[in-house]
Ligand binder design. Structure first.
Ligand code: KDG
Ligand code: MG
Length: 403
């Protein structure tokens, strides 16, 4: 038996907030799990410290599935982002430990590599279409095979996905939520033109993606999907909020533009109808917010039965621990689609030294035993937690809207 002897939560802010669980065992092997929930970080830290860690001490670190079931079924209160991020952190840390004990990179325990690397997409954005295309050309020159395009919208002072910096879009930007103004009409006039111009400038050998960030109604999403068809987007993401999964039926009836959704999903139940009815093409659930590697593999297996591929969320609020886990998962899973890669800042990368790397549009988790990522605790302690919230959205008449 490999006893769990201690566990602790590390909250650090090297440029942005991260919550990391570290589990230690009787053999001296430790494992890490990401538990970051953007804008609600301390809720997960407390859930882990107050309600999970006391239950872990003395258990066998090798019994990953049993511990998962114990934390999921045993809480009585199932699902939800806080619970599932906490379970994910435990699960990820235990997989890290198991792989380190085996002396193998985690992907070997998940069935081995199914491909040479994971195709990733980068974030090209700009205040207007010209600037977005300029940024996309830089990504193309760096070898990216897939690029997400987000452009400012004339008449709106700020738009989701558009940063002041080319690589880092950091939406959790204020101690209290920033209020943005949104107009679907203005947005829908801009995006097809962005894609038309992008195909002209970038050609057809690169995948182009777009995130509508939950802002449309199903019929508006259907129209956008149709308008984008001539430019063959790789996907249209989060066209509508998926609280009501049946919403996607309407979109599906009208467009062949591939659909992606699920970065806010916590469990297989959030995606059941979407997958079963083949209403989507890519599932965006990821390690930290969907119950860890154990549960994400279950979602991917179910998705595989219905020709749905993976497209894990990988924004900067998912820590390098999650990124490493996503790459081991992505390298091994049969129905991998694409992995989002929004680069972390240098500060973040220094606090979390890691073995994963980027080469000509593909990423590889590296061959270090375990996840191949560590936490420099002394350095982490120098970056104190800073309250930071995601913005909120209002329509032009003041009505609250989805951000
Ligand atoms: O925490 C929220 C961000 O990760 C999210 O807004 C980014 O939509 C996003 C994406 O696709 O990366
Ligand atoms: Mg998104």
């Amino acid at each position: 038996m490999l006893k769990i002897t201690s566990a602790k939560v590390v909250v650090t802010c090297p440029g942005r907030n991260f919550v990391t669980l570290k589990i230690e065992t009787s053999d001296g092997v430790h494992g890490l799990g990401d538990a970051t929930l953007n804008g609600r970080e301390l809720a997960v830290a407390s859930y882990l410290t107050d309600h999970v860690i006391p239950l872990l001490i003395g258990r066998d670190a090798h019994t990953i599935e049993d511990i998962w079931q114990f934390l999921y079924r045993g809480a009585y209160w199932r699902r939800g982002p806080v619970t599932m991020a906490a379970i994910a952190a435990v699960d990820t840390a235990l997989w890290d430990i198991k792989a380190k004990v085996a002396g193998l990179p985690l992907y070997q325990l998940l069935g081995g590599a199914s491909r040479g690397g994971c195709m990733v997409y980068g974030h090209a954005n700009g205040a207007d279409i010209d600037k977005t295309i300029e940024a996309a050309l830089v990504y193309q020159a760096e070898g990216y095979r897939a690029i997400r395009l987000q452009s400012g919208v004339p008449g709106l002072s700020s738009t989701y996905g558009v940063s002041k910096d080319r690589y880092f879009y950091e939406p959790a930007d204020a101690a209290l939520p920033t209020e943005n103004i949104w107009s679907t009409e203005k947005y829908l006039r801009t995006v097809p033109e962005l894609f038309r111009r992008a195909r002209e400038a970038l050609g057809w050998d690169v995948h182009l993606l777009h995130d509508a960030h939950h802002r449309l109604t199903p019929i508006e999403a259907a129209r956008l999907g149709k308008d984008l068809e001539p430019y063959r987007p790789f996907w249209l993401e989060d066209a509508v909020a998926a609280d009501n999964q049946a919403n996607f039926r309407l979109i599906r009836q009208h467009t062949t533009t591939p659909l992606a959704v699920g970065e806010v999903f916590n469990s297989i139940w959030d995606a059941k109808q979407l997958i079963e009815e083949q209403l989507i093409d890519y599932i965006r659930a990821t390690v930290v917010h969907a119950g860890g590697i154990t549960h994400l593999r279950r979602i991917a297996s179910f998705a595989d039965l219905h020709n749905v591929r993976t497209g894990c969320h990988g924004a900067t609020d998912l820590s390098p621990v999650c990124m490493a886990a996503a790459l081991h998962f992505g390298l091994s899973v049969p129905n991998f689609g694409v992995q989002e890669y929004m680069r972390h800042t240098e500060e973040t990368d220094t606090v979390f030294p890691h073995a994963y790397s980027f080469d000509r549009g593909l990423m590889h988790p590296g061959d270090a035993p375990g996840l191949g990522v560590d936490l420099d605790e002394a350095l982490a302690a120098q970056y104190e937690y800073k309250p930071a919230y995601l913005p909120v959205n209002r329509l032009e008449d003041g009505t609250m809207w989805n951000w």
